[in-house]
Every structure is written in structure tokens, then in C-alpha cells.
Design a protein around this ligand. Structure first.
Ligand code: ATP
Ligand code: MG
Length: 566
């Protein structure tokens, strides 16, 4: 699906993961006529998140690597929770990640007629029956892991009676919960899933696609395998919690005598500091704990996108975490590493001051302004440049000045000389403080011979600072994010608390920063590097008067790097 995915497949031929190994073997053996056809089957009941990214990269990636296909299938069998808003967002997110379903967009609800006909077929074969017991009775008769279930008194109804009842369920003659259709398998099976699972239930509810045509809806386990079969999927890749459902998956297709894909399970992704349960993510949105599904603190794909995380970084993340057959938790810092790696190579570098302190260059003529041409990438001039104004009054980062500098502090201090990036050497002559002793302004002199930031006489300065011209700088709202959950595992909620109690109160801090003027009209969605600070993405809330930037990720070792490049 991507250059990255391709490279990884090639690079790791020797160490293919267990799914790719399996598919390689199936292909070589001519299984499924050596075809590879996967699907990504989201239920449209929420927005996609990091966990889905793993599944998207796997399904679309495998299809691409093996010259196969991948379908997008909306698994929309629950009329109560699904919504067209989710369908649209899922499409946009899959596309953004690079998944291409080439028009093969399917809906489980498209198969409702077929699923119904197959259910009658199971009844006719004596493999399904209508149970009129209450939900509670059915639960009680299921037994436990150590105790076999007991058969329902309705289990041995005649084919005719079952067919009649099922048709009347469909016709709307019964209220919700009056009957269910169950597979007739084995109430004593050691696999609980096989103890006469429910195939259909009555739900008098409008469906977002089929309207009021149906008042019975098929269950996931029944629908999923048949949908896979109808689409001629070869490898049905799903997460580990479906291991026990595989027996049922195979049973249904076997009982119907139709084409059978191979289900293979892999470990679900979990990430530190992150909640990936749709139910909980919906709660965060509905209770207004975040600004919406695409709040940049959310682990949703639209949130990550708004935050400025490149799709390439997410794909690299999915490639790096690999596939396993046992659940484990991935460090969030691994995702940050992938962001930095991509953005370091691709994000234009610009200057912005987040916490300003004013600098007045006393020997620079009042009213004078000059412009410096600065490359977007100091190591690659082909990536273009912009001009940045310089004048007598500037802002630098408050943290770049110390009245009383510790040893090895190479930035600005009284009497110290530093380089202003691409501009001049300046020396601090005086710090002006307010009545509380807080520094409010620095007086400096500059060396006109150091124009461009080059040493005029071989004398060295160790510190290079970023800066903006005070009069020309563009004030911007900058949103600084921390983890929404400060603790490693927010799924581990202490007794008597709700997971929303664990929300980090400092996860969003809004400040006013000063940007170089080239950013005034930057495009929404562009992620840039504020030199020495981090990566920031232009938010859709921006106006030309007031740009808004989201911090994507901080710069690690920023100081060391600038020092080296000087
Ligand atoms: P939830 O349990 O939060 O409702 P889900 O698994 O039911 O999530 P679906 O929309 O059914 O969500 O998922 C679509 C696909 O994405 C499925 O194939 C599922 O296995 C996969 N998927 C969902 N979450 C993860 C995850 N954390 N890691 C890997 N794959 C996932
Ligand atoms: Mg699901």
C-alpha cells in the first residue's frame, strides 16, 4: 500500500511474520487458486483509531505485497449503533492511510436477503431452530467453561414449525426478544461459542441503509463468515479475541456448503497512555471531555491527522510493531519516534518563538529592516527558501537567556555572544528587569560584519538561537498537547473510579506564540518544524490574522542538533 510497506516486505523476506508466511505457503500450494483477497471490515459505530490502522496496514498491505485485492466492508448489522457519519469518516480515514479498495465497497446489509435465505436453508437442514426462551433463560442454559450447557425445551421443534416461526419473525409478528434463531450445534461443546449460538434476533429498529425493511437482524458471527464467503475472501484476518469463533465461522460455511476462507487471528494493538475502545472514545466525545472526534489528543485517525501526524509515519509505526500471536502493549514513544523520523526528513524548518522575551539591538538603526533568505532545509537547498525580516526589535525564547548562567550554558547571558540563526552575532549588554526581578527586555549589540550568521574573523560562538522580528511576527494560537492519560495504562481503572477520572488535566495548554511572517498564509494541515522546538501543524481553526498551530510532537535532542549544525 505504500513505499514503506513494500520495502518492509522485501527487506524481511527471511523473517516474514506468521501471517505472510502462511499466505506465502498457501499461494505456493495453489490454495484458493493462488489468489490473495483480504478485507477490512469496520463496524460503522465510531471513528477509526490506531488499532484500526494496524488492521488497515495489514489487510491492504498484504493484498498489495501479494498482488491481491482488499475490500472495504462495512459490517453494519446493528441498526441501533450505526450511522452514516461513521461510514463517511471511515472512508476518508482508510483513504488517507493509503488503503485503496478500488471501488470494492461492500456492506453486510447488502447481504441481508442472502443471509436470510441461508438461514432458511439451515432450518430446512435441521441445523437451526427458533428458541422462544427469554434472553435470561438462554444465558442460564449456556453453562460455564467447566459446566456443559443444557438444551432448550424448544430445541426439537419440527422444521415446519421453525420455518413458520422464523418467517413470522421476519414479518414483524413478534416483539423484540420474543424469539431468536439459533444454530443447532452442541450445548455440551467445550467451546462456549458452539453452544447453539444465536444467528438472528428481533429488533424493531430502522437501519441506516435498509430503513424499515427488516425487523430481524443477523448476528456478527453468522454475518461475517458469509460476507467473507460471498466476497471470495481468501484470508480473513482478525484479532485474537475471535480465536474461539473460528470454529463457528467454519461450521456455518460448512453447514451451508459454500466457499470457505481461512480465518487467521493476530494480536490486537494496544498502546501506552491510550484508550482504544470505541465505547470509551464515544464517551469522551459525548461528555465533551475533548473537542470532538478529531481532537488532536484522541487516538483516532482523524485526531492524529489533525495533530499533524503524517500517514507515512503511522504506516511505518504499523510496520515496526509487527505481528504477533500474543497480546502486548506498544510504547507511545515508538509512534513519536516514527513521527520524528518522517518529519525530520520532510517538514520545512521555520522559526517561531513560543515564550518571548524582547531583544533590542541598540546599534541597529531605528526604522531599518532587512530580509534574510533562509532555506527550508539546511541540508537540501532544492526544497526552497523564504525570506525572513530582521529589525532592531526581536523576540527570542525566554529560556534562551539566563541572568546567571550555569556552566556550559551556551545561549545568551549578560556579556555573552550568540548567533541569531542566519542573521547576525549579537552580544548582550544589559538585562532590564521589572520590580519583581523578572527579565523583561534585553539590550544587545550586533556585529554588522557577521551578516548571514557567519563569523567575520574566525571567532566562534557556540550558541545559535532562533528569533523573530517583533514588529513583523505573526501572533498565533499554539496548542500544546500532552498525553490525554498520563499513566501508562489508562485501561487499568482504580476501584470506584471511572476512566474519565484519569484524564490528564494538563493535556492541553494554549499559548500565544510569535511566528515568522512566512507562515501567515501557510496551508491548513501542513506540518512544519519550529526550529529547536518541535513539529507543529496548521489547524483548520486558523485565519490569516490568527493562525492556529497544534504541536504534533516535540523535538528530541533539539539543542544538541542545532549546536552541531550551527
Ligand atoms: P471495538 O472493540 O472498540 O468496538 P472493534 O474491533 O469491534 O473495536 P471494528 O470496527 O469491528 O472494531 O474493527 C474493524 C477491524 O479492525 C476488525 O477487523 C478489528 O479486528 C480491527 N481492529 C479493531 N481494533 C483493533 C486493534 N486494537 N488492533 C488491531 N486491529 C483492530
Ligand atoms: Mg467489531
Amino acid at each position: 500500500m505504500s513505499d514503506t510497506a513494500n520495502t518492509n516486505a522485501q527487506e524481511s523476506t527471511a523473517g516474514l511474520d506468521f501471517i505472510r508466511t502462511r499466505i506465502t505457503e498457501d499461494k505456493a500450494a495453489g490454495k484458493y487458486d493462488s489468489r490473495v483477497h483480504t478485507r477490512f471490515p469496520p463496524e460503522p459505530n465510531g471513528y477509526l483509531h490506531l488499532g484500526h490502522a494496524k488492521s488497515i496496514c495489514l489487510n491492504f498491505g498484504v493484498a498489495q505485497e501479494f498482488g491481491g485485492k482488499c475490500n472495504l466492508r462495512f459490517d453494519d448489522t446493528n441498526p441501533l449503533k450505526e450511522d452514516i457519519e461513521y461510514v463517511d469518516s471511515i472512508r476518508a480515514d482508510v483513504r488517507w492511510l493509503g488503503g485503496n479498495w478500488e471501488g470494492r465497497e461492500f456492506y453486510s446489509s447488502d447481504y441481508f436477503d442472502t443471509l436470510y435465505a441461508y438461514a432458511e436453508q439451515l432450518i430446512l437442514a435441521g441445523k437451526a431452530y427458533v428458541d422462544s426462551a427469554s434472553a435470561e433463560e438462554i444465558r442460564e442454559r449456556r453453562g460455564t467453561l467447566t459446566k456443559p450447557g443444557t438444551e432448550s425445551p424448544y430445541r426439537n421443534r419440527s422444521v415446519e414449525e421453525n420455518l413458520d416461526l422464523f418467517r413470522r419473525m421476519k414479518a414483524g409478528e413478534f416483539p423484540d426478544g420474543a424469539h431468536v434463531l439459533r444454530a443447532k450445534i452442541d450445548m455440551a461443546s467445550p467451546n462456549m461459542v458452539m453452544r447453539d449460538p444465536t444467528l438472528y434476533r428481533i429488533r424493531h429498529a430502522e437501519h441506516h441503509r435498509t430503513g424499515n425493511k427488516w425487523c430481524i437482524y443477523p448476528m456478527y458471527d453468522y454475518t461475517h463468515c458469509i460476507s467473507d464467503s460471498l466476497e471470495h475472501i481468501t484470508h480473513s484476518l482478525c484479532t485474537l479475541e475471535f480465536v474461539n469463533n473460528r470454529e463457528l465461522y467454519d461450521w456455518v460455511l460448512e453447514a451451508l456448503g459454500i466457499y470457505r476462507p481461512q480465518q487467521i487471528e493476530f494480536a490486537r494493538l494496544s498502546v501506552t497512555h491510550t484508550i482504544l475502545s470505541k465505547r470509551k472514545l464515544i464517551q469522551l466525545v459525548q461528555e465533551g471531555r475533548v473537542r470532538g472526534w478529531d481532537d488532536p489528543r484522541m487516538p483516532t485517525l482523524c485526531g492524529l491527522r489533525r495533530r499533524g501526524v503524517p500517514a507515512q509515519a503511522l504506516r511505518e509505526f504499523c510496520a515496526r510493531i509487527g505481528l504477533a500471536r500474543a497480546d502486548s502493549t506498544v510504547e507511545y514513544s515508538m509512534l513519536e519516534f516514527c513521527m520524528r523520523e518522517y518529519l525530520n526528513a520532510h517538514a520545512p524548518r521555520v522559526m517561531a518563538v513560543l515564550d518571548p522575551i524582547k531583544v533590542v539591538i541598540e546599534n541597529y538603526p531605528e526604522g531599518q529592516m532587512e530580509e534574510f533568505v533562509m532555506p527550508y532545509d539546511p541540508e537540501d537547498s532544492s526544497r526552497g527558501s523564504r525570506t525572513v525580516p530582521f529589525s532592531r526589535e526581536l523576540y527570542i525564547e525566554r529560556d534562551d537567556f539566563r541572568l546567571d548562567p550555569p556552566k556550559k550554558f551556551f545561549r545568551l547571558a549578560p556579556g555573552a555572544e550568540v548567533r541569531l540563526r542566519y542573521a547576525y552575532f549579537i552580544t548582550c549588554t544589559k538585562a532590564i528587569t521589572d520590580e519583581h526581578g523578572k527579565v523583561i527586555e534585553l539590550r544587545c549589540t550586533y556585529d554588522p560584519a557577521s551578516r548571514g550568521g557567519n563569523s567575520p574573523d574566525g571567532r566562534r560562538v557556540k550558541g545559535t538561537l532562533h528569533w523573530v522580528a517583533a514588529a513583523q511576527a505573526v501572533p498565533a494560537e499554539v496548542r500544546l498537547y500532552e498525553h490525554l492519560f498520563a499513566m501508562d495504562n489508562p485501561n487499568d481503572v482504580p476501584e470506584g473510579q471511572s476512566f474519565t477520572d484519569l484524564i490528564n488535566p494538563d493535556s492541553l495548554k494554549v499559548i500565544t506564540a510569535y511566528l515568522e511572517p512566512s507562515l501567515r498564509h501557510a496551508p491548513v494541515g501542513q506540518t512544519v518544524q519550529f526550529e529547536r522546538i518541535g513539529y507543529f501543524c496548521r489547524d483548520a481553526d486558523s485565519t490569516a490574522e490568527k493562525p492556529v498551530y497544534n504541536r504534533t510532537v516535540t523535538l528530541k535532542d533539539s539543542w544538541a542538533k542545532v549546536e552541531k549544525k550551527g
